[in-house]
Design a protein around this ligand. Structure first.
Ligand code: 16G
Ligand code: ZN
Length: 546
């Protein structure tokens, strides 16, 4: 570790005083101009994490996802590509807030962490870092790197601009592949495209049965998806990328992108309804860092129809369930769908009652869903807003490989199902929800099932729902249990909500404090639009007056 003089001089160059930070649902996320200090301390903390994990490489992504262009943020990624171990969020927050107080408080906290965590600062470690396309990115990455220099035995690789899932993927590859292996963006494209080519070859799919429009939110997903698809003969002429102006900083997530489309339930700027009515037309929107995707089309009347994270979960559940049956693995392999309280009640009903799948509900935020999904052999997890992926256990991979080795009938249905199951473990980025990989996986499933977007949509009909944001003096008073579906505080409020819910048909409502904004969110769904709206507004009123 650096001597006091050098440490102090780096600290003074990069840290400012007074701001209070919290490692939230998706890391630290604020206006870019208050982030220098926390970037610096995250550099230190990422180094400590790597040393703590015996020198395994950890990842760091500088992004504020779907937030406006003036925001930014940072999150730490574990060696296998997962979100930072939750017990360390506290250390990240403490170190940032000490640095925000004074140099001596920062230094004391740092020494304390080194001792408590029993970190040997003489050993070597590694960090890979990348940023999204925001204007503040380069400056913030340099503050981060200055922090990482505090532990000079930790080597940093800066991948420049990447999507968030690419950084997760490369972090995991760095730890998985032998030293000297060529690891970079190209590996990501090759792995996905090679899986795509094998899936389509196996299923005799010669061309994409859709014309695809991709709204890239004017973020980093635009150039990256273009880079990948330009390397594929299969996709030649089959797609168009709109809102790909990633170098106009102010355009990021503005009137476009997954969050805009999901929240406003309408087409983004740049995609027209007339062009979307054809049966073979499908569109999708990424968010600013391309870890989230929603699909949509327009029906014959020109009405916008959203195919969100819930629809993706049910699509994958049906697809994998069928494959497991065809492969004779339905009893050997356990599959679970993981949702949050925001999942539409109809999707949960469809998964449980129509498909007979096991459904689990967790708190909001990818880390919670991921954590639950890894417990199963096939864990399908999606938030309604389009964050999600599918993960496969080691047992699943071993079982499929064993059955494939034992299966001699190359032309049988079960052999093909086994091959497809194996290929989907490559087509899907299992480290985290990934707009580009999810896009390929959805297109592959639709092509294999020979489904149009209309057919996909008709699997079940969403219950009308409403989401409200309510400002309250102190949102931390709103404490929940049962995967955020019930309030335990303020006292008595849940009972009032229950009484309101009982007055409506097929109704459900819950209240939780946002993890990313200073507000409380109210969700309500019911049998009709009018009922969902009145329930939401009534619950909103009692929250305001609580
Ligand atoms: C973050 C989460 C997202 C979640 C959202 C909820 C990740 C990568 N992102 O953006 O999954 O849906 O927060 O926001 O975990 P809220 O707490 O403000 O409702
Ligand atoms: Zn995102």
């Amino acid at each position: 570790m650096l001597e006091t003089e050098a440490l102090k001089s780096l600290y003074e160059k990069h840290c400012k005083h007074g701001f209070q930070y919290i490692y939230g649902t998706a890391g630290f996320r604020y206006k870019a101009d208050v982030l220098d200090t926390v970037m610096f301390t995250t550099g230190v903390l990422a180094g400590l994490r790597s040393l703590y994990l015996n020198g395994q490489t950890v990842g760091v992504m500088v992004t504020a996802s779907h937030n406006p262009p003036e925001d930014n943020g940072v999150k730490i990624v574990e060696p296998r590509g997962e979100m930072l171990e939750q017990s360390w969020e506290k250390y990240a927050t403490e170190l940032a807030n000490c640095a925000s107080q004074s140099y001596s408080s920062f230094e004391t906290k740092l020494q304390e962490l080194v001792v408590t965590l029993k970190v040997d600062t003489k050993k070597s470690g590694g960090i890979v870092v990348a940023r999204d396309s925001r204007e503040s990115g380069p400056h913030l990455v340099s503050a981060f790197k200055a922090g990482a220099q505090v532990l000079p035995t930790v080597k940093i690789i800066d991948y420049g601009i990447l999507t968030t899932p690419q950084l997760h993927f490369l972090t995991s590859k760095t730890n998985e592949l032998p030293e000297g292996a060529e690891i970079g963006e190209q590996l990501y494209y090759q792995e996905l495209l090679s899986a795509w080519d094998q899936v389509t070859d196996l299923c005799g799919i010669k061309s994409l049965p859709f014309h695809l429009q991709i709204d890239a939110a004017n973020g980093i997903g635009g150039p990256k998806v273009m880079e990948m698809l330009s390397q594929s003969d299969f996709f030649s002429g089959a797609y168009e990328v709109v809102n790909a102006d990633w170098q106009t900083y102010a355009a990021l997530n503005h009137l476009c992108g997954a969050d805009f489309v999901k929240t406003n339930q309408k087409l983004p700027h740049g995609i027209s309804s007339s062009g979307n009515q054809a049966a073979n037309q499908i569109s999708c929107s990424f968010d600013g860092d391309a870890d989230r995707i929603v699909f949509y089309y327009c029906d014959a009347m020109g009405h916008f129809r959203l195919l969100d994270g819930d629809k993706m979960a049910t699509l994958f559940a049906k697809f994998f369930q069928d494959l497991l049956h065809q492969a004779g693995l339905q009893d050997a392999i356990e599959m679970v769908a993981v949702q949050t309280a925001y999942a539409n009640g109809s999707s949960t009903h469809h998964l449980e009652k129509v498909l007979g799948a096991t459904v689990k509900c967790t708190s909001t935020g990818v880390k919670h869903l991921h954590h639950e999904a890894v417990k199963s052999d096939i864990g399908i997890y999606f938030e309604a807003n389009g964050h999600g992926t599918v993960i496969f256990s080691t047992k699943f991979v071993d079982t499929v490989n064993q059955r494939l080795a034992a299966s001699t009938q190359d032309i049988s249905k079960s052999h093909k199902a086994l091959q497809l199951l194996k290929l989907f473990t490559k087509l899907i980025n299992q480290t985290v929800g990934d707009a580009i990989s999810d896009m390929l996986a959805v297109l592959a499933v639709l092509s294999i099932l020979n489904w149009t977007p209309q057919k996909w949509d008709q699997e079940y009909t969403d219950l009308p729902n409403r989401l409200l944001k309510v400002s309250v003096p102190d949102r931390t008073l709103f404490k929940t249990t049962n995967a955020e579906r019930q309030l335990v505080s303020p006292a008595g409020l849940q009972q009032k909500i229950d009484v309101l819910v009982s007055k409506f048909d097929k109704a459900r409502s819950f209240v939780r404090a946002s993890g990313t904004e200073d507000a409380v969110r109210v969700y309500a769904e019911a049998a009709s639009r009018a009922q969902a709206d009145s329930l939401a507004s009534m619950v909103g009123t009692i929250v305001e007056n609580s």
